[in-house]
Design a protein around this ligand. Structure first.
Ligand SMILES: CC(C)(COP(=O)(O)OP(=O)(O)OC[C@H]1O[C@@H](n2cnc3c(N)ncnc32)[C@H](O)[C@@H]1OP(=O)(O)O)[C@@H](O)C(=O)NCCC(=O)NCCS
Length: 227
């Protein structure tokens, strides 16, 4: 479905053909989301020692604690964080995410401390832009923001996405007013291609920035020394 309005910065028409789920970082894929050729690694270590680990229902209680400690921080930006999380609600999302991973449609991770004793956030690769692209979503526990976690998680997820055969583009979307979120793709060298009001997806009906990076640009940038 076409977005309600589009401002294109570089002449590229953003790919909005695929519907998105309303649960950006935790839930399973839409029924007609594409199936990808391979799954990313189930465990990825970040430079600071934290881990991205495939969503596992065994971490439900720790995820509930993280979401509820962060509720005021998440509520303005995450549709699923309007009410306190419960073991039932997170457990259902986690079970859906596990099934979506098994089907190679969506790849949801928890961000955990190095000893895997605390959930620090959530992130994932979502099949919202057709068979050749993946979208990154993220949230970080309020006590752990401002330390580069979302940026390092997204850097690792971008690498992981482009390691999947057939993936040519990775996208990050955030509400136009979400300055902290927009800094993440900006710092990673993604390009802002549009500010639009999508009809569907996590940012439906709200002015939304669309950031993308293409495979060649990412590979070139990745091989250069970081500033
Ligand atoms: C957005 C979010 C994931 C960022 O997580 P994080 O781990 O703190 O992100 P990072 O530390 O990697 O980078 C954040 C950047 O935003 C900047 N920032 C933070 N608050 C800001 C604000 N109000 N205005 C402008 N920049 C801001 C930080 O300074 C940092 O940039 P810098 O490295 O240039 O200083 C986190 O704030 C969050 O969970 N927000 C609520 C949920 C959410 O919005 N999710 C994204 C939905 S699209």
């Amino acid at each position: 479905m076409a977005p309600a309005s589009v401002v294109v910065h570089d002449g590229t028409v953003p790919d909005t053909a695929q519907p998105a789920t309303a649960e950006p970082d935790r839930a399973g894929a839409a029924a007609d989301a594409p199936t990808f050729a391979a799954a990313p690694p189930e465990r990825i270590e970040l430079p600071g020692g934290q881990l991205l680990v495939r969503i596992d229902p065994d971490r439900t209680a720790k995820a509930v604690a993280a979401v509820n400690a962060s509720l005021d921080h998440l509520r303005p930006w995450m549709a699923w964080a309007q009410e306190p999380a419960t073991e039932a609600s997170i457990g259902a999302f986690f079970a859906e995410a596990r099934d979506a991973w098994d089907a190679r449609r969506e790849f949801g991770y928890s961000i955990v401390a190095a000893d895997d004793d605390e959930v620090l956030g959530g992130c994932g690769l979502h099949g919202r832009l057709g068979p050749h692209g993946l979208e990154i979503g993220y949230w970080v526990h309020v006590d752990h923001v401002g330390r580069g976690l979302a940026t390092e998680a997204s850097r690792a997820l971008t690498d992981a996405a482009f390691a999947i055969p057939g993936i040519d583009r990775v996208r990050i979307r955030c509400e136009d007013g979400n300055a902290a979120s927009a800094r993440v793709p900006e710092k990673l060298g993604y390009s802002l291609i549009a500010v639009e009001i999508p009809d569907d997806g996590p940012c439906a009906s709200r002015p939304t920035q669309t950031w993308v990076v293409e495979r060649d640009a990412w590979m070139t940038r990745r091989d250069q020394p970081r500033p």
